[in-house]
Design a protein around this ligand. Sequence first.
Ligand code: NI
Ligand code: MN
Length: 231
Amino acid sequence: MSVKLTYYGHACFAIEGGGAVLIIDPFLSGNPMAAVQAADVNPDYILISHGHGDHLGDAIPIAKRTGATIISNFEIATYCQQQGVESVHPLHIGGGFNFPFGRVQLTIAHHGSALPDGSYGGNPAGFLLTIEGQTIYHACDTGLFYDMKLIGEKGVAVAILPIGDNFTMGPDDALRAVQLIEPQVVIPIHYDTFDVIRQDPQTFAQRVEQKTSAQCIILKPGESYELPASS
Ligand code: NI
Ligand code: MN
């Protein structure tokens, strides 16, 4: 069995592996880069990194339509429950849980997390996922932080990192993040969706491959990257 990552644009990924389909930060409606419509995804689990509209996105309507379980911090999980989502699993920073498909641990992220209606969304998070023996770190929205080194010490196969600048790390700090995490593969995200986060991912990829031993994979929205299972 392999683990398949499909990029839907901005920070949104579908992950198929461990017998389940996960979707992370399903900002599809209103996302000019979205590769799929909210009505066309059928996840078993929806992971939400923080409360901002470009991450919470369509999570609540997708969960209501499909019965998917929302995994997020306690505040966002509770908020989704109050909005009528039946199945939620709250976690919090540093905590992980072994789900049937694999493990999800919430990592720190330096950012904000207010929900679109102004509700308190707790602390923003990243995700450290272990599925089919492969470790995937989705940093979500964050600035650079030195503790990325600790995350990397677990052995990260794929690091999904924002490069857009303005709201998150830009390319310079994302390159430093790669140096701290030392993943096998880097996938840049959170760029080009809006004018203020336009970036050149090709230049970023060249710098990553010159300065680190990581391979940089640029996925266009709709494209996938597949990892072999590892035991
Ligand atoms: Ni954000
Ligand atoms: Mn964002």
